[in-house]
Design a protein around this ligand. Structure first.
Ligand SMILES: Cc1ncc(C[n+]2csc(CCOP(=O)(O)OP(=O)(O)O)c2C)c(N)n1
Ligand SMILES: [Mg+2]
Length: 373
């Protein structure tokens, strides 16, 4: 009993010391939960706040439907990695960007695409492998967020690989003297790859206009972050390369995420080079649709379930009179209708004719089946 008390006290001391170390590090800005009465002080309009809630709700309902189509109805097959629980990161970051800023995303990209305005019908059709999908049905879920017309040129399934690609985008934007920035989303696991370290180093040395956003959902597949990482924070990794870095301790607080992204984007647009944000969040479900996430401690799951980004934000906006219960219910009904139509239309849409597939292998579309034999 005595030993347990001592170790409990020791643990608290370590946490306090860590907090002091992080707070004293001037190159990392620790962003805490933003109180409701400060929302308007941040320059956030009621319209923008409503937009963030609506986008989070769309992403949530879209993926709940996707999960059902996989696990209950058996209409979808293959891999799919849901963003359930992490919606505040996409809505907060993308809400702080301009539409022409370029986004590089991952296999967990439905939420990013929806926040950027990609239609849920096109995303759904992609998951069904139909020609009306975002990638004409050639990609499935893992690359479904790719939409060149929405300035999302890449959604990659190779962990960490979006980071050097974003460097290429950033270099092109800088070379052309464009007033746009590149934003790359990646997980906590990705920060242990060589591509991450090579990419952020190059971006920092060349002062490229890139915002690095680490979605620290605490797990890489079944590996807990604490077992694969020994540093004080991922944000510190950004800072050690000389980047302006933010640690959003509660990445389920969409306004805290927005605050960090807005400040970071302004810093980058002013010509200072890249910036880095770590958002601490949690995926509600397993790594992919078929993963039951049995490896997570129950207390940890319960802790995060109480911090649902949508419930909390809705309650706050309701208290400010920005969204009412009725309106929120109406949004829900509208979204349900869109999703019902999306599934029906996706089921009825054709797949790409076999011969047309060859047009998408190489630029110029000159590959032909059988010509190499
Ligand atoms: C280079 C590479 N190594 C391993 C894998 C297998 N893999 C797919 S997702 C994943 C975990 C990635 O975790 P994280 O970066 O935290 O992203 P999250 O899935 O949690 O969003 C791994 C190891 C892969 N796709 N690519
Ligand atoms: Mg992760």
């Amino acid at each position: 009993m005595h030993a347990a008390n001592c170790s409990g006290r020791g643990f608290k001391v370590i946490i306090i010391l860590l907090a002091i170390i992080i707070a004293m590090n001037p190159s990392i800005e620790v962003v805490k939960e933003v109180p409701v009465d400060r929302y308007r002080e941040l320059g956030l309009t009621d319209e923008r706040l409503r937009w963030m809630l609506r986008k989070m709700l769309e992403a949530r309902r879209f993926e709940e439907m996707v999960e059902r189509l996989f696990l209950v109805e058996g209409k979808l097959i293959g891999p799919a990695h849901l963003y359930l629980g992490e919606e505040a990161v996409a809505a907060g970051v993308i809400g702080a960007l301009r539409d022409d800023d370029v986004i590089v995303t991952t296999y967990r990209g439905h939420g990013h695409a929806i926040a950027r305005g990609v239609s849920m019908k096109a995303l759904m059709a992609e998951l069904f492998g139909k020609i009306t999908g975002t990638c004409k049905g050639l990609s499935g879920s893992m690359h479904s967020a790719l939409s060149v017309e929405h300035n999302i040129p890449m959604a990659t399934a190779i962990v960490g690989s979006g980071i050097p690609i974003a460097c290429g985008v950033g270099l092109a934007l800088k070379y052309r003297k464009e007033d746009r920035i590149a934003v790359v989303f990646f997980g906590d696991g990705a920060t242990n790859t060589g591509a991450f370290n090579e990419g952020v180093n190059l971006a920092a040395v060349w002062k490229l206009p890139i915002l690095f956003v680490c979605e620290n959902n605490q797990y890489a597949l079944s590996v807990p972050h604490r077992k694969s990482f020994a540093g004080e924070s991922i944000a510190a990794r950004g800072a050690c390369y000389g980047m302006k870095s933010f640690l959003v301790e509660d990445g389920n607080d969409v306004v805290a995420v927005y605050y960090a992204a807005d400040k970071a984007a302004e810093y980058i647009r002013s010509g200072n080079g890249p910036a880095f944000i770590e958002c601490r969040t949690y995926r509600k479900k397993g790594h992919g649709v078929y993963d039951t996430a049995w490896y997570r401690p129950r207390e940890e799951v319960e802790f995060w379930m109480k911090r649902d980004p949508i419930d909390r934000f809705f309650k706050k906006l309701k208290s400010l009179g920005i969204v009412s219960e009725d309106e929120f219910r109406r949004w829900d009904e509208e979204i349900a209708l869109i999703l019902e139509e999306a599934v029906k239309e996706a089921e009825e849409a054709p797949v790409m004719p076999f011969d047309e597939m060859w047009n998408y292998l190489y630029v110029g579309g000159d590959a032909r089946y059988g010509e190499w034999r």
